[in-house]
Ligand binder design. Sequence first.
Ligand code: BG6
Length: 471
Amino acid sequence: MDTTAPFFWGSATASYQCEGAWQEGGKAESMWDRYLHENDLENGDVASDHYHRYREDIETMAKGGQNAYRFSLSWPRIIKNREGEVNEEGIAFYNSLIDTCHEFGVEPFVTIYHWDLPQYWEDEGGWLNEETAHAFEHYARVCFDRFGDRVRYWATFNEPKWFVMSGYLIGNYPPALQDPEKCAHAAFNVMYASALGVKAFRAGGYEGSIGIVHSFGPVDGVDDTLDTKIAMRFADNYANNWILDTAATGELPIDLLTDLNRRFDLSYITPDKLQALREGTVDFLGLNYYSRVLVRPYTDGETQLVVNNSGSAFKGSQRVVIKGWFEQVLDDPNMQTTEWGTEIYPDGLRRGLIEVTRRYHLPIYITENGIGVAEDVSQGEVQDDYRIAFMKDHIAAIKAAQEAGADVRGYFVWSTFDLYSWKNGCRKRYGLVAVDFENGYTRTPKKSYRWYRDFIAGEQTGKPYQEEGQR
Ligand code: BG6
């Protein structure tokens, strides 16, 4: 890995959530296009119109002092069909986006898969079909071949846990299944695909480094009892270890496999695939941090997974209970939460980073961190002091972890500008820059954009940024 690279202060997006242009440039249909259209749900057909405005967006990032842009490539924009034919128009779009990053001195930090599976693979069973993993390997190789001369930072997958659990267990994302056995199978195929992608990267001798991005939920327990400790281990396996252990060490957690093997047929986990996992370990970990996972021991009842995608009446409306394993505490009245019920807990990041460092000894990038809020963008600059406070507290947590030995090399705010927030729609805004979805998709930087710009300038000049009044 390049140890001379500067610390990355950037921000992040994902193809489906911002590009729009769902039928332009020879793009094939994605599973999200099909699912949202068929169910008549708010969709990303236009999203933030980044496909047509990426130049303005990257220039705004650069003016804001950001030196890295984390974005994802759209598989159905790049590969036309199951035969693996390349769509040259899609390649041209990303070539131009990558070149624009370099023109403005912004390092492209590229995620290969951020959930927009081509529908032609979903039609064949999606992540339940091992062929999809091999198709991912082909797609990844095309990306390395075509963009590898200008991209030095790659991530195979964004958040396997989140899209696999949501798609196959909770059922609020496509393919909208609620099936624990299929969930385990899809999870394995995704980790296998990631390892195949890493192996292809190494075999091709491409420059740079490759990692995976995980929705990091460090686990805390309500007390120090043995029952809670056991619940914490189950929760850690569920929330973190099947991705981090597998990607970093090449080994799936054996206690998790033991438990799953009692319930399900795992005969698809063959020695050759286990070997591929061992050979496909990553160079770095990308951690997306939104919140910790506070757990208590499982008491009784069936598995319950209820997510709040509406942003109202959150207290007590979310439920995570995995039968026999653990219960997540989401209803503590002392918790500070967002409108969508996500706990705001910066210290989880500090402790989590120290723990991940202790376990894996790998470089880390905070590939997403941010707060989703319903904001009125029609009244000039959004005065998002809450977002500034959120960023400050989380950056302070990272610095404390660095002092304790964590090798953190970058921080990416989610998100660069307002975008489509999956099942929460465009109402849930994370951006440093406001997008007026109702009025021509105009962009207006928020107060947090200015704060981040001044903060980065302070970091880069070695004169740490101080608030007015503290100078
Ligand atoms: C992460 C994803 O899970 O969190 C993003 O990588 C997502 O794609 C972000 O948008 C925030 O989640 P949500 O559901 O509020 O959009």
